[in-house]
Design a protein around this ligand. Structure first.
Ligand code: ADP
Length: 655
């Protein structure tokens, strides 16, 4: 169940609470204004008693207050309702009159057909008020082990009221009119039933609500079948009885018809439920198949960059300081690593997008810088395939209110695809046009093209034109899904055009985000180059990761200390008092968060730079590291250029 489902459930429960509150007040006004029909819906002399109207209104108000988290008031009102219910019940048990029944009667003489004493409500309502009051108090107390009792208690009231309501429906007077046993008016039974249902709905973390609101096939079936079943059986029996009473058929026929209707109704319902189940299973099987295909593609895609990295590592082993081999191997590793990082980023992004967790950080930006960044990203691919890329930007600078990182992701995805899906020596163009306040960016290639049937579906997740594992063009089938979603988050749209296979493709992005003003100067950061030598502590339980980073930072002229767990990090930090600390989060003995907190406690460490290096990059992880006292949160593999920039920038001191 999602937050959204829970909110709806809460609204619906509040509505039930409000309805009983209003119904209680209206019935009370029946007594106050001497309008019997407001208290006696069937005009059979059995009215809802004034005390009952008050307790029902109070219980309705308590249900409402509970939904808006006024827990103390809920407990108080619930306690009061249970107390009066119990007192009333006691009158029946010890055969006494405590003298609190008649005060609100306003001297009316009507509506007493099933009462033992004027104004006294019957045993079923008394028991129900005790249970409803206790349940409200339990829910208000919010103790999980107590709240789990509520649905069971409320279900008991539902059953009790069901007997009374069925009694009214079929004219079984014994079910609602024996003063010392079953006496209850129709309005009381209906309102108490509503209250009991609202209490069951107030405990969504326990059965039966747990199943009823679950996003599973069982939940969907329960939602569909149970209400029909509950209404169908009494309705069919009622129809057969009415038909007999009206003389439409004799007793035997009415029984036979009733049995036939019940049988057909149940079989139809069952059939519908089974069909739904079958369809659901089919959908799950298809999803499973798509997931299997995706995992196969993922394995294939991850293996692609790993093979050259392995080769490059072997080259380094035997390079024996030949500079050209060293250069070649490091280039390969860098290129393939960025490809791997891109794949993992796409995977993370797509999971965040499907949970609706991606948010844009918009700022004023100039379009050409974003275009420049995107071109940089696709440059290695374009060069490798000898593609010619032409860019047409308007001569005037275009200022946008957009997220530069995400917009560059959109353009680079399109450009990278154009490079991938165009045979060698292809031609790719990027054209930008503005019209009023909207912007059109077209990325066109003369590549392999897209069949017309796929033009819409390529934006769906895992959708690829050529899905055979032997295909030479790599990818996970996620890029365009992300691109579309990011464009939509910017308030725009994207369309694909192609005249067919072999005829090239064109992607048009429209964005309504052009603004007039130039970006503020603060937006362009002036990054200092690393100058002074720094003393840096690295703590990471992955020895290779720690050592390679240490080696790189040493090469840059810094003094480095390396440890492999949190406790050592605290000890070495205290002994060495470094200028900056790079901490892995998942470490033995003391994790990164605790390590950072312990180090920050020392006065010397209050204003030093502490950076989190971790595999976890969700917003929640970033929030946690900021709370623990980190200045920055880097996701592995670390962008070394960024790290160097950060090490060179003076740390903002805390007030
Ligand atoms: P990936 O590129 O990882 O397979 P995308 O979501 O980026 O995934 O693209 C989905 C599919 O759309 C690609 O597999 C390819 O079949 C098709 N496609 C995307 N861009 C182009 C293009 N410029 N030319 C031809 N086909 C393309």
């Amino acid at each position: 169940m999602t937050e959204h489902d829970l909110r709806w459930l809460q609204r619906f429960t509040s509505a039930l609470g409000l309805c009983t509150l209003i119904a209680g007040v209206i019935s009370f006004s029946g007594w106050a204004l001497d309008i019997p029909r407001l208290t006696d819906w069937l005009n059979d002399g059995i009215s809802i008693q004034p005390n009952t109207t008050v307790l029902i209104a109070l219980a309705g108000a308590a249900v409402l207050l509970l939904q808006y988290e006024y827990f103390k008031s809920t407990i108080l009102l619930g306690g009061f309702v249970a107390f009066i219910g119990a007192l009333n019940l006691l009158q029946y048990m010890v055969d006494a009159d405590f003298g609190f029944n008649h005060q609100l009667l306003f001297g009316r003489e009507w509506g007493r057909a099933a009462t033992m004493a004027p104004g006294r409500f019957g045993p079923p309502a008394s028991i129900s008020f005790v249970i409803i009051g206790i349940s409200l108090a339990l829910l208000g107390a919010r103790k999980n082990n107590l709240c789990r009792l509520v649905p069971g208690l409320a279900l008991f009231v539902v059953l009790l009221m069901m007997f009374s309501l069925l009694g009214y429906m079929f004219g079984a007077r014994n079910f609602y009119a024996i003063p010392w046993l079953s006496a209850i008016s129709l309005p009381s039974a209906a309102m108490l039933m509503t209250l009991a249902v609202s209490l069951i709905m107030s405990a969504p973390q326990h059965q039966p609500m747990l199943l009823l609101i679950e996003r599973s096939s069982a939940g969907a079936m329960a939602r569909k079948v149970l209400p029909i079943l509950i209404l169908m059986i009494p309705l069919l029996i009622w129809l057969r009885v009415k038909g007999y009473e009206l003389g439409l058929f004799d007793l035997g026929t009415s029984r036979a018809l009733g049995a036939a209707a019940l049988m057909c109704g149940s079989v139809l319902l069952m059939w519908k439920a089974l069909q739904d189940l079958r369809r659901q299973e089919q959908r799950e099987r298809e999803a499973d198949k798509r997931k299997d295909e995706f995992i196969a593609t993922l394995a294939h895609e991850l293996r692609n960059p790993l093979a050259p990295i392995g080769n490059a590592a072997s080259m380094l082993k035997f390079a024996q300081s030949k500079p050209e081999v060293l250069g070649q191997a490091t280039n390969i590793i860098e290129r393939q690593l960025s490809h791997l990082v891109r794949l993992v980023d796409e995977l993370l992004d797509v999971s965040r997008i499907s949970q609706g967790k991606i948010e844009l950080s918009r700022e004023r930006i100039e379009l050409s810088s974003v275009v420049q960044q995107s071109l940089e990203i696709c440059k290695p691919l374009a060069e490798a395939a000898s593609h010619k890329i032409t860019v047409n930007l308007p001569s005037q600078p275009i200022y946008l209110n957009a997220d530069p990182v995400r917009l560059s992701q959109v353009l680079s995805n399109l450009l990278v695809n154009a490079c991938k899906f165009t045979n060698k020596n292809g031609h790719i163009s990027l054209d930008v046009h503005t019209n009023n306040r909207s912007l059109t960016i077209t990325v066109e290639d003369n590549g392999i093209g897209i069949p017309p049937t796929m033009l819409k579906t390529i934006f769906e997740i895992f959708s690829q034109v050529d899905q055979s594992l032997e295909r030479s063009r790599s990818g996970l089938g996620i890029g365009l899904t992300l691109t579309k979603r990011l464009v939509e988050l910017h308030g725009g749209n994207i369309e694909a055009f192609s005249e067919g296979l072999g005829k090239g493709s064109e992607f048009i992005v429209r964005l309504p985000i052009v603004i007039d003003e130039a970006p503020t100067l603060a937006a362009s950061k002036n990054v200092e180059k690393p100058t002074a030598k720094k003393r840096i502590l690295i703590a990471d339980d992955n020895v290779d990761s720690a050592n390679t980073l240490a080696e790189f930072l040493r090469l840059m002229g810094n003094e480095i200390f390396v440890v492999h767990d949190g406790e050592q990090a605290v000890v070495v930090a205290n002994a060495q008092r470094p200028d900056a600390i790079l901490l892995d989060i998942g470490m033995p003995n003391l994790n990164g968060f605790e390590t950072c907190q312990q180090i920050r406690k020392h006065p010397w460490a209050e204003n030093i730079l502490i950076i989190a290096l971790t595999g976890w990059g969700q917003d929640e992880d970033r929030r946690k590291s900021a709370q623990a006292g980190f200045n920055e949160h880097f996701v592995k593999p670390v962008d070394l250029t960024k790290l160097m920039e950060l090490l060179a920038t003076p740390v903002a001191t805390k007030d």
